[in-house]
Design a protein around this ligand. Structure first.
Ligand code: DPP
Ligand code: ZN
Length: 856
């Protein structure tokens, strides 16, 4: 596949201000008539080249006159019409086969219902079009389908008219007054129920809100609806953004490549991010739903009203919108815990990506397959870049900047540069150096050295950024470094945002009669790795007293890393380091607790993926084993305080999603995990009792997981019991697969292979692939077998998925594209399998790009 470069961007030569789409929906053969008003915008006499693939052209007409074969050319990816006037009506008829569409891009079927996914380039599988985000059109859509199979007919915008035909079909017409790029087009047709509500906007418009789902799921839509209303209010309060249509529809489907999609007025969601009730969804699921509903809603302004000029600008909408949803969730729940989770996820996925062969800037320079660039860098690092800009200009200055951005670019397709310029101009600040965050890839490191003499603290800070593909040398970034100084008594004597701009800088703080403890990188104010040797005592001061939740948690993590990293390297645990961690745990468990949610986070050892990220040469099995050993020792040594805290949380309190109840469940289940890790039968019984008596999925799944991951003798019976209870609920089955796939035990592969033939598993369903195969690849012990069988299994799955769903296949194989970072024999074994994959015939471009970059 050819590489596409940002530097080659050219404005479209033609525009399509209006389009009318007429769908005759039928699963075996759907006919689409697209009538477009086409206008030349530049050039003269050049042919019209439209994108199109994986469909059948039926006919073409210009201004009502059918074109002959000689008047156009067609290939696998495009349609060229040689002689066209400067303004004309183009009619394109195409035939689609939605029932055969397993790629879930374009028009497809999920549970028998029709739906679409057009981002990034799915619209070109529906009709021939200028399928690029800088071509904005006003859409009118007419849907016709069988009245029994498809009582519901939805598209973007507002409903205009509907009616019955003489045969067994009916029709509906939708009109969206807001010009939009083709990637935001959507239709849904099928047999669906809905819940309905309304929202009155700040200026008094009443908006009808509907959530559609299959009938048996309709009781599970209330939380999503409540989340939608909260999002709409928040965007008015925080950004001054109101909704702009009469109706907002959300549809939940079981087969979906990503999380959800922000199609104008008609969001299509992976059912994982809509459906919840207390029997089936965990507290984490509820939080995930709230944040994804918000994310897609926020796109209505950051993405839809102001969209991207080209796909290199993807972070313009995604980074900004992730930042918006992160802040929304922080306002709805615990800000500190939200930040901790976001940083954990950034380190697990984005740092890994930045250190591997797919490292790319937040605004990439090139790509082969755009679907491979819906990455953690674009989304999560992109959000960090927006967050830093807010830190640099302040909350009010940031709002002035976003107001200017939305006003100036409403209805346009723009660039990340346009966003930065808006922030600059609204604040009279120069962000020239800051722009490097958009163009340089790689995770910067910050090295801090401190000295204290004559009542003066000096911090010397060096920054550096490793070489990444295509970028050998980096210039220093501008970044905000939020710090505070604490006296050993815990009193905060100063708080400040330092702005780094140089390779090395020093900062002095005088008039300090005692040597302070530095609270560094507060709130994780920049997406960097911090190298800063603080003593155990300094870290413990931060754990006890810092008023920044992130730093408190991070100090505890760093204390644990002093135990874990050397232990992984040496294969044995240093007793002094262990005692420090154990004593810190004991103090946390026995002191009065003001914030249970934070305590639960503080009592978690660094994740295995973070330990891998910090390793020179990754020893996956060693990481897993050492971490497990530490969990077990802490469990045994602190059994009694763990049990006391567990018992204090009570069992079946009334189900509630308030912060206090969720925090209590989180702490209870964290302590339960440790209790079960003691291996004592009494705690197996305790967990088993919790599993059977639970009134929430949070409690049930936590007990289930603790037992399945332990040496509990009745493990298999428990797994079977869970299965019998929940086998009819696909989302709960996803958890059942995942928890088994990440069990820290050897010789798991035969179990995984057997689970793949379970009747509830389907390789065509992306959620199932992620929850079984994807989860297995994150299992540092079981996946990284020393004979390479885990890698061979993965590549076998990828080869199978390559023809079914290349996007999912590419994501799956990405998990080992950082093979060079592993120790031997893992590194060579992974390489062998990647080479086997590279030699397969008929690899999709999605997979080819990942594999070829991995092996380069
Ligand atoms: N644009 C979508 C989202 O991030 C991607 N499927 O919300
Ligand atoms: Zn998004």
């Amino acid at each position: 596949n050819p590489t596409i470069y940002l530097k080659d961007y050219q404005k479209p030569e033609f525009l399509i201000p209006e389009v009318m789409l007429d769908f005759a929906l039928n699963q075996a053969s759907t006919l689409v008539v697209a009538t477009m008003q086409v206008k030349r915008s530049s050039g003269s006499g050049t042919p019209l080249v439209l994108h199109g693939e994986k469909m059948q052209l039926v006919s073409l007409a210009i201004n009502g006159k059918t074109l002959s074969d000689a008047e156009y050319q067609i290939d696998a990816e495009s349609l060229t019409i040689l002689n066209v006037p400067d303004a004309f009506e183009l009619e394109v008829q195409t035939e689609l086969l939605p029932h055969l569409n397993t790629e879930l891009s374009g028009l497809y079927q999920s549970s028998g219902n029709f739906c679409t996914q057009c981002e990034a380039e799915g619209f070109r599988r529906i009709t021939y079009f200028l399928d690029r985000p800088d071509v904005l059109s006003v859409y009118r859509v007419r849907l016709t389908a069988d009245v029994v199979d498809c009582p519901v007919l939805l598209s973007n915008g507002n409903p205009v008219a509907s009616g019955r035909n003489d045969d067994n079909t009916h029709w509906a017409e939708w009109f969206d007054p807001h010009p939009k790029p083709s990637y935001l087009f959507a239709l849904v047709a099928g047999n669906l129920e809905h819940v309905t509500d309304h929202f009155t906007t700040a200026s008094g418009n009443k908006v009808e809100l509907n959530i559609y789902a299959q009938q048996h799921n309709i009781e599970k839509c209330d939380h999503a609806m409540a989340s939608l209303k909260k999002s709409m209010r928040w965007d008015e309060d925080v950004y001054g953004r109101e909704y702009d249509l009469d109706i907002y529809n959300i549809v939940a489907v079981d087969d979906f490549n990503m999380g959800a999609m922000e199609n104008k007025g008609l969001n299509v969601f992976n059912s994982k991010y809509v459906l919840a009730n207390q029997d089936t969804a965990t507290d984490l699921d509820y939080e995930g739903i709230e944040s994804v509903i918000a994310h897609e809603y926020f796109h209505n302004w950051s993405g839809n009203r102001v969209t991207c000029r080209d796909w290199f600008q993807l972070s313009l909408k995604e980074g900004f919108t992730v930042f918006r949803d992160q802040e929304f969730s922080a306002d709805m729940g615990s800000r500190a815990v939200k930040r901790i989770r976001d940083v954990q996820s950034l380190r697990a996925f984005q740092f890994k990506e930045d250190a591997g062969p797919m490292a790319h800037p937040v605004r990439p320079d090139s790509y082969q397959e755009i679907n491979n660039f819906y990455t953690s860098t674009i989304y999560q690092k992109g959000a960090e870049v927006i967050r830093m800009m807010r830190e640099l200009v302040g909350v009010e200055g940031f709002r002035r900047g976003t107001d200017l951005y939305f006003d100036r670019f409403d209805g346009q397709a723009v660039t990340t540069e346009d966003f930065v310029t808006s922030i600059e101009q609204a604040n009279d600040i120069d962000l020239a150096q800051f722009r490097l965050w958009y163009t340089q890839s790689g995770t910067p490191s910050i090295r801090v050295q401190q000295s204290y003499t004559d009542q003066t603290l000096t911090l010397t800070i060096q920054q550096s950024c490793p070489a990444t593909p295509g970028q050998d040398r980096k210039r220093p970034f501008q970044m905000p470094l939020c710090i505070a100084l604490l006296l050993p008594s815990g009193e905060k004597v100063l708080q400040q945002t330092l702005v780094l701009t140089e390779d090395e800088q020093s900062f002095e703080f005088s008039g300090l009669p005692e040597q302070p403890v530095v609270s560094m990188l507060r709130g994780f104010s920049a997406p960097v790795k911090l190298e800063y040797n603080q003593s155990d005592d300094e870290l413990l001061t931060l754990v006890s007293f810092d008023d920044d939740g992130f730093v408190r948690w991070e100090a505890m993590q760093r204390l644990c890393l002093k135990l874990l990293l050397p232990a992984v390297e040496n294969g044995s645990i240093n007793e002094a380091a262990y005692s420090r961690v154990r004593d810190a745990f004991l103090k946390l468990l026995t002191e009065p607790c003001h914030d249970k949610a934070m305590l639960a986070e503080m009592l978690s050892l660094p994740t295995a993926s973070y330990l891998a990220e910090l390793s020179e040469a990754i020893e996956p099995r060693q990481i897993s084993l050492i971490r497990q050993q530490c969990v077990q020792r802490l469990a045994k040594d602190l059994e009694s305080p763990f049990h006391t805290v567990y018992a204090q949380q009570g069992q079946n309190t009334d189900f509630s999603l308030d912060a206090e109840s969720m925090a209590s469940r989180s702490l209870k289940n964290r302590t339960l995990m440790y209790l079960v890790a003691t291996g004592q039968p009494a705690y197996y019984a305790l967990a088993s009792h919790q599993y059977h008596a639970a009134n929430t999925m949070t409690d049930r799944l936590s007990a289930f997981t603790a037992l399945v991951h332990s040496s509990y003798p009745d493990r298999q019976a428990l797994i079977d019991h869970f299965y019998q209870q929940w086998k009819d609920d696909p989302l709960v089955m996803d958890k059942w697969f995942a928890m088994q796939a990440i069990a820290p035990r050897d010789n798991l592969l035969p179990d995984i292979e057997q689970l793949m033939s379970n009747p509830t598993f389907s390789i065509n369903n992306p959620n199932k692939v992620r929850s079984l195969i994807g989860a297995f690849t994150s299992n540092l012990l079981a996946f990284h077998q020393q004979d390479g069988a885990g890698y061979k299994f993965l590549v076998d799955c990828v080869i199978q998925l390559n023809t079914i769903n290349p996007q999912v296949a590419a994501r799956l194989i990405s998990t080992i594209n950082n093979w060079r970072r592993y120790a031997q024999p893992y590194q060579s074994l992974m390489c062998t399998q990647l080479e086997r994959l590279a030699n397969e015939n008929g690899l999709a471009s999605d997979v080819t790009e990942i594999v070829s970059k991995a092996l380069k």
